[in-house]
Design a protein around this ligand. Structure first.
Ligand SMILES: [Zn+2]
Length: 139
């Protein structure tokens, strides 16, 4: 059983409570800052494990910020890959994504995250663009 000031990762006795801290987060080349986070941090110099406070929404806000960051990254990459494939947004819907006519626009703006199965397909098309000839949502 861990004591209240014991690190959940390494067992070191000595955690430090923090409040209102800002974190720089990154996913590939996309970055953002998350402000006003509280939690506890292990004081062991080789550990520094951080547990966000679940009670004031810090853990959820940090997680949601990461989700938005991934949505932005996937949207940016989708735009780049669509350009590489020479497709308009409408053609991307018809041949690759399916869905409503605004779906690609919303993905590329990072308003909604590209679902993982579609993301896998897009990454494959980036690596092997010749596979586009095999695709048609109309089949
Ligand atoms: Zn630790």
């Amino acid at each position: 059983m861990l004591s209240k000031d014991q690190c959940v990762a390494c067992g070191h006795k000595g955690t430090v409570t923090f409040t209102n801290r800002s974190f720089a987060i990154a996913h590939k080349y996309v970055t953002a800052d998350v402000h006003g986070i509280s939690g506890v941090e292990c004081s062991h110099p080789e550990c520094k494990e951080i547990v966000f406070n679940p009670d004031d929404g810090s853990a959820v806000r940090y997680s949601e910020s990461l989700d938005r960051l991934i949505a932005r990254y996937r949207g940016h990459e989708m735009r780049r890959i669509r350009g590489k494939l020479g497709l308009t947004q409408k053609q991307m819907v018809e041949r690759v994504c399916g869905g409503g006519h605004n779906a690609v626009s919303r993905y590329e703006k990072g308003e909604i995250c590209v679902p993982t199965p579609l993301w896998v397909l897009i990454v494959l098309l980036d690596k092997k663009p010749e596979l586009l000839a095999e695709l048609s949502m109309k089949i």
